[in-house]
Design a protein around this ligand. Structure first.
Ligand SMILES: Nc1nc2c(ncn2[C@@H]2O[C@H](COP(=O)(O)OP(=O)(O)OP(=O)(O)O)[C@@H](O)[C@H]2O)c(=O)[nH]1
Length: 329
């Protein structure tokens, strides 16, 4: 029986008929095995004012004590003087798949009386990671595997004021949307009623649109109709209204993560109670690889191009290839 190989994407519409089985279909399995051996890396950054639930959310997302707060013995209630950027890395494993997860926290963001330029250290941190990656990449003797410390997603916590975005929120996202994948979320959504939540989300979306702020997943990067349909559904739900908790309660004999309020138990993973599950599914189950791809092919690529252009302007025009050889003689 003959097998048909259809290539209709980047190679154009070319159909070649194979006269028998050759085993191209095993490529997927070969790649899976290689990737499993190497393990995966993911870097998540959380930004937002003190006490908005950043540490709780990362612990809830990965069902483990992985936040900066859980890994250091900082005294509760200390207000940092400036934005401090702290990263912690963990290797987590599930069903034989290893993930090196780095969580970068930015305690103190927006806590000052004068918050002018408080986004700058965060921008510098993100660019520093690109710079590290670039210097490894252009190294004459490159490592077989370049450690990837680039930030793949930045969760931006919006305070549940019920009004609209603060100027600082807009300033941060305007400055950073071209360098990192931003996912805006409404923190502590249990403090808003359902009507307030809905109206607040709408106003935040309008604010973002008015200011031309791009958030992940970007419309311009959808590759096909299927992706557009999935991503459009996510975009319409954003910013996700999140409730975080690392406490478990018993509901119908099952233990669930939740927060007990005056009105009853809010189940964190119940899609009727909040949008935590949507966020978790997007970050971990459906879009983790895409977040990494967009970081690599869009944000890092922009940095790399600018950096190399800057370098070539500084160094003058690159001589033709044969002259480069001669000058080395
Ligand atoms: N109501 C409510 N409280 C929350 C939620 N998430 C966290 N909290 C509580 O808010 C307080 C602060 O939570 P953290 O996770 O430490 O907040 P943080 O943003 O990491 O704080 P800093 O490290 O000081 O910036 C804790 O008492 C949490 O239990 C939430 O979704 N809703």
């Amino acid at each position: 029986m003959s097998e048909t190989l259809q290539t209709t994407t980047q190679w154009g519409k070319l159909t070649t008929t194979l006269s028998g089985y050759v085993g191209i279909d095993t490529l997927q399995e070969q790649m899976r095995k290689k990737a499993l051996k190497r393990g995966f890396e993911f870097h998540i950054m959380v930004v937002g004012g003190s006490g908005l639930g950043k540490s709780t959310l990362v612990n809830t997302l990965f069902k483990a004590q992985i936040s900066r707060r859980s890994c250091t013995n900082e005294s509760e209630g200390t207000i940092p003087k400036t934005v401090q950027i702290k990263s912690v890395s963990h290797v987590i494993e599930e069903k034989g798949v290893r993930l090196k997860l780095t969580v970068t926290d930015t305690p103190g963001f927006g806590d000052q009386i004068n918050n002018e330029n408080c986004w700058l250290p965060i921008l510098e941190f993100i660019n520093d990671q690109y710079e590290k990656y670039l210097s490894e990449e252009v190294n004459v003797s490159r490592k077989k595997h370049i450690p990837d410390t680039r930030v793949h997603v930045c969760l931006y916590f919006i305070s549940p004021t019920g009004h609209s975005c603060r100027p600082l929120d807009l300033e941060f996202m305007k400055r950073l949307d071209k360098v990192v994948n931003i996912v805006p979320i409404i923190a502590k959504a249990d403090t808003l009623t359902l009507e307030e939540r809905y109206a607040f989300k709408k106003r935040v979306r309008e604010d973002l649109e008015f200011h031309g702020i791009q958030f992940y997943p970007m419309k311009s990067l959808d590759e096909d109709e299927e992706e557009t349909a999935i991503n459009q559904a996510l975009r319409e739900k954003m910013p996700f209204a999140i409730v975080g908790s690392d406490r478990e309660y018993q509901v119908n004999g099952k233990s669930v993560l939740g927060r007990k309020t005056k009105w009853g138990l809010i189940e964190v993973e119940n899609k009727n109670h909040c949008e935590f599950a949507l966020l978790r599914d997007m970050l971990i189950r459906t879009h983790m690889q895409d977040l990494k791809d967009v970081t690599d092919s869009i944000h890092y690529e922009n940095f790399r191009r600018e950096r190399l252009e800057m370098h070539s302007e500084f160094a003058g025009p690159t001589p033709p290839y044969h002259e480069m050889g001669e000058s080395n003689l």
